[in-house]
Design a protein. Structure first.
Length: 396
């Protein structure tokens, strides 16, 4: 049914051959291969926002994300082509983040308690922690408590670390093997079921932790890393933490750029979703028998560093967003674009700013800790050499 609808729509829309999306029956005998990375902004928009029915676009995403279904045993809209699953999942996810203004203070409160208790633990022993482990630990706790309404009293740091470690392992395995041990997901869900309220326990709790946590921790880590030594930028984050309102989020003056621009610049250089893939068929709709299915990936990282941002495009400079051009703004795709783009694109930047600002205040201002920087900034991996440790000299 979907295939017929998609095909008719395609014929009616007569898209150019290269970008013909012909979403096939699941039983199709098409060959599948890993396709090209698209680094032109117009190609990314064509891939992510094609003039096709939602059902076709969901199918294109589900096929491209098949490995996530196998790895995380999830059935959410990221891996399922059903329009009903999409509606139900996005509705539920939206309900988690539809907080009124006043609740931003509650997120800030949970962030403060979490960061303080983790640093207090370090003050006694062992005085230092890997930076990525620290950020993962606090992000899981803050998200679980403030978004998923988990019970913080049953969340032990050791178990939180296990959940973070297993999620990381699963991502790595998803790229290298199809033989993924069930125990990793089983262990994560055992912990999540203890932490979460009954309404989320009944479903696969990982479905909600993956989109909320996995992207968020990496933006928080990059934001802290970029701003740790930048006093004027830290001032903006400090003022936002004192008053986490939407007007303060966008406020800038001669002394500092806006918090919104600081988060945007972090997302520009370090988009946690570096590539967004869709399954496509290259060729004409008549060549179904000989078709070749491939995945194309919009290379978000490359597009956001393209030369429209000038010779300093690889440098961290939040001011550029204060005075950006339409052409530059078009390259900003950290949350994707089109009907499947992120439902949290308004919420997430403010949440990561609150959490990163709390880490900076507590580590750098209120306690005797320093962030020791490693040789280069990491993504999901690659934070070797980065630690938070007690005492020492600030390396700014
Ligand atoms: C900085 C943090 C985040 C980033 C960078 C991010 C990025 C993205 C991207 C790139 C997509 C599009 C995927 C595609 O087109 O295939 C997406 C989709 C989505 N994200 Fe996020 N995300 C973030 C945080 C969150 C949070 C906190 C939530 C949950 C509350 C969330 C829920 C979703 C959902 C439900 C979708 C699917 C939307 C749909 O299918 O209509 N994301 N996200």
């Amino acid at each position: 049914m979907f295939s017929a609808t998609c095909t008719l729509s395609l014929l009616a829309l007569t898209l150019p051959t290269v970008f013909i999306f012909f979403i096939l029956r699941k039983q199709s005998k098409c060959n599948i291969s890993r396709g090209r990375r698209l680094t032109k902004v117009s190609d990314a928009y064509a891939l992510l926002n094609p003039p096709l029915p939602l059902a076709c676009q969901l199918q294109a995403r589900a096929i491209a994300n098949k490995h996530l279904k196998q790895t995380f045993k999830i059935n959410s809209t990221f891996v399922d082509d059903s329009v009903d699953v999409h509606a139900a999942f996005t509705k539920k996810a939206l309900s988690l983040i539809s907080v009124r203004e006043v609740l931003w203070n509650q997120i800030a409160q949970v962030a403060l308690e979490t960061v303080q208790s983790n640093l207090s633990h370090l003050e006694s022993n062992p005085h230092h922690i890997r930076f990525d482990t620290f950020i993962q630990r606090i992000t899981i706790r803050i998200i679980t408590v403030s978004l998923l309404h988990g019970d913080p009293s049953v969340m032990h740091p050791h178990d939180i670390d296990t959940v973070a470690r297993n999620i990381n392992k699963l991502w790595i395995l998803s790229k290298t093997t199809v033989n993924i041990p069930d125990t990793l997901v089983g262990e994560i869900n055992d912990h999540l079921r203890r932490w979460l309220p009954t309404s989320l326990k009944q479903e696969n709790p990982l479905e909600y932790l993956i989109p909320t946590y996995e992207t968020t921790w990496r933006v928080i880590a990059a934001l802290v890393a970029y701003t740790y030594s930048e006093n004027s930028i830290r001032l903006a984050l400090h003022l936002f933490l004192e008053n986490p309102s939407s007007s303060q989020f966008t406020r800038f003056c001669d002394e500092h750029p806006s918090t919104e621009s600081i988060v945007k610049e972090t997302l520009r250089l370090h988009p946690p979703v570096r590539r967004i893939s869709r399954a496509v068929v290259i060729g004409s709709s008549l060549s179904q028998l000989f078709c070749h299915r491939t995945t194309l990936a919009a290379d978000i990282e490359a597009i956001q560093r393209s030369d429209v941002w000038g010779p300093t495009r690889h440098e961290f400079n939040p001011w550029r967003h204060q005075f950006s051009t339409k052409e530059q703004r078009k390259t900003m795709l950290p949350f994707g674009t089109g009907p499947l783009s992120c439902i949290a694109k308004e919420w997430a930047p403010r949440a990561v700013a609150i959490i990163a600002a709390t880490v900076l205040e507590e580590v750098k201002v209120h306690r005797q800790f320093v962030l020791v920087m490693g040789p280069c900034m990491g993504q999901r991996e690659g934070w070797d050499g980065w630690t938070i440790q007690l005492g020492g000299t600030n390396n700014m």
